[in-house]
Design a protein around this ligand. Structure first.
Ligand SMILES: [Zn+2]
Length: 603
């Protein structure tokens, strides 16, 4: 079997230059204002008692939103695979305008929800057409109560195209110019894109290569730190002004709401993590000892550990695919068959080549009811785990595509549940498949690295972003100050256990520049620990697991996180107990790692 490492986007649209796409864009550009007129004419009072007009509007939205979103994913995917595609950039701008116009016409619709009396609202929700959307419609109604006037919302939304989303696009442009020069084995100079350089800096087995790349990496971001600082400051500044205009004075309110979770839950999670860092710092000192160092450098944390005669284990793309499919099958036939289909149908862009955007993601195509995965694959076990992670996202999309569109929007924290679960299945399997202790150590290391990222790296991002927003509320934050804030956050999160830190991490990390959402960090850690809990139950429950798991995933679009956990896992997320149980699973891995590596510490 040989799977293609290039994805198939052509089944969505022939290309960004195609007439099909152009016609679709023009069609939506016409349809949105028409829908706007229908909404403007809608009077809930006159639509009583069967609300037929409201039903028609919802039907139009359920058609229009996924269509535009699918085209957006297609254009964005084209750009990720070819960062210099000018046409895709232009079209992305056009899609932003469409999103903005769609929100301009829908805002008055939701605003009218707020005008319906509580009594009428209850009778509306009891109608068979609306009953199953009660959670989602209530959510929209609550949000609507916070909205400004139609005119103000429309202006805000229009200004955001250039004044907000524009900064995110500017960030992508800056990153696409980043090149890092390295000398290959033959003495030839080679230019690496940001994505390629980052991959090599963290994964190269040679510590000198990592160290040299890391100093070049820091320098290249540092060089343009002012440009990145402007970008970050303006994104956050716009956001804070928008919050204030809506009576929101806590910068965590929106991200928490986006995750449909309570502050008590977030606090309990970080508390459990902060109280349980000792095993992670012991792991870092052990890894340093194995590399013959006192402390690890930033670039060594994720480096492969090789002891004795073991070569770092590698998987070709086909081997990685086979391994993922086989191990998914131990938990769920449906997950395994799904992954196989995704490989066969070329849903994955994995090739390692210049001109690609850094990082990885999974994009949902709600009209085709398919997904696409973007990443750069270079044969490490960590990348097999990443691939499994993205396939987990795709599986979540797959089980939820059967529901009405209104119920498909799961919050970001639970969006990481299926992905992390899939990743755990695969990384656990790589450890169990080890043939020697040397092998087992290397694989265990890869697995622990992942939890380390959740508990230390992402903790640092959360601390940084909280402190940044606190200062940004008072004014612009300079590049130097951003460096300081980042280094302080990293020291706190890693408990001073490293020899060097990555002060310009705030510039190199795309996640800080996403206009659609801030605090693109704690939902990862949440999803990870939430998945550990599910994984533990999966190991216990055996054959019933598949159905239970799919039922949980399908409820993710229409429940609060705390209720979802209570219903499907019978746990209280606001207590540290649940979180500590998850952390304990990882503690065991670290314990095994420390025992196995004892005899490999160099003299
Ligand atoms: Zn993910």
């Amino acid at each position: 079997m040989s799977y293609s490492m290039k994805w198939n986007l052509e089944s969505i649209y022939p290309s960004v230059n195609s007439t099909e796409l152009e016609e679709a864009l023009s069609k939506w550009e016409k349809q949105i204002p028409e829908l706007g007129q229908t909404i403007a004419a809608w009077d809930p009072e006159q639509d009583k008692p069967d609300y037929n007009k409201m039903k028609l509007i919802i039907d139009s939205l359920n058609k229009l939103q996924p269509e535009i979103s699918e085209a957006g994913m297609f254009i964005n995917g084209t750009l990720s695979a070819d960062v210099n595609n000018g046409k895709a950039k232009t079209l992305l701008g056009r899609i932003s305008v469409l999103y903005s116009e769609l929100s301009t016409v829908t805002v008055p619709f939701y605003k009218k929800f707020a005008l319906v009396s509580d009594e009428d609202w209850q009778s509306l929700l009891s109608l068979p057409e609306f009953k199953e959307f009660a959670f989602n419609l209530n959510e929209d109604r609550e949000d609507a109560k916070k909205l400004l006037s139609e005119k103000e919302e429309a202006l805000l939304s229009k200004l955001a195209v250039d004044g907000f989303q524009g900064w995110e696009q500017h960030y992508d442009t800056l990153v696409s110019k980043i090149e890092i020069s390295v000398t290959d084995k033959e003495g030839q100079e080679q230019l690496l894109s940001a994505g390629q350089a980052e991959n090599r800096m963290y994964n190269d087995p040679n510590p000198d290569v990592r160290a040299s790349l890391f100093s070049k990496w820091e320098a290249v971001w540092e060089n343009q730190a002012d440009l990145f600082a402007d970008t970050l400051n303006h994104l956050a500044g716009f956001r804070l002004t928008d919050y204030k205009a809506h009576g929101i004075y806590d910068f965590l309110e929106k991200p928490l709401k986006a995750s449909r979770m309570r502050k008590e839950t977030l606090d309990a999670m970080w508390q459990a993590i902060s109280d349980n860092k000792a095993p992670f710092t012991s792991y870092l000192s052990r890894k340093a000892a194995l590399l013959g160092k006192d402390k690890l450098g930033w670039q060594d944390v994720e480096a492969p550990v090789t002891v004795g005669n073991s070569e770092p284990k590698s998987y070709t793309f086909d081997e990685g695919a086979a391994f993922i499919i086989e191990n998914f099958r131990n938990f769920s036939e449906k997950m395994a068959d799904f992954a196989k289909m995704a490989f066969e149908n070329r849903w994955i862009e994995a090739e390692d080549r210049p001109g690609k955007a850094p990082g990885g993601y999974c994009a949902e195509l709600p009209v085709s009811k398919e997904s696409r995965i973007f990443m750069t694959y270079s044969n490490s076990p960590g990348e097999v785990a990443t691939l499994a992670h993205e396939l987990g996202h795709a599986f979540h999309n797959h089980v939820i595509f059967d529901l009405p569109y209104l119920k498909q929007h799961f919050a970001m924290n639970v969006a990481e549940t299926a992905s992390t679960f899939a990743e755990l299945v695969v990384s656990d399997a790589t450890v169990k498949s080890a043939i020697s202790n040397e092998d087992k150590i290397a694989l265990l290391d890869t697995k622990i690295q992942n939890s380390l990222a959740m508990f230390l790296n992402i903790h640092a991002r959360f601390i940084f972003e909280s402190n940044f927003y606190r200062e940004r509320e008072k004014g612009l934050v300079s590049a130097e100050r951003l460096n300081e804030l980042m280094e302080e956050a990293q020291k706190e999160a890693y408990q001073d256990s490293l020899a060097s830190y990555h002060p310009s991490f705030w510039a190199s990390k795309l996640h800080f520049y996403i206009s659609g959402i801030s605090f693109y960090n704690f939902p990862y850690t949440f999803g990870y620990l939430f998945s550990l809990g599910i994984y533990a139950q999966a190991l216990e429950s055996g054959s019933n697991f598949e159905d239970q798991y799919i039922a949980l995933l399908q409820d993710t679009g229409s429940m609060n996180t705390e209720d979802l956990a209570k219903k499907h896992l019978n746990v209280d997320l606001t207590s540290t107990d649940f979180w500590v149980k998850g952390i304990n699973i990882i503690k065991e891995d670290i314990q095994t790692f420390i025992e196995l590596t004892e005899s490999y510490i160099p003299e």
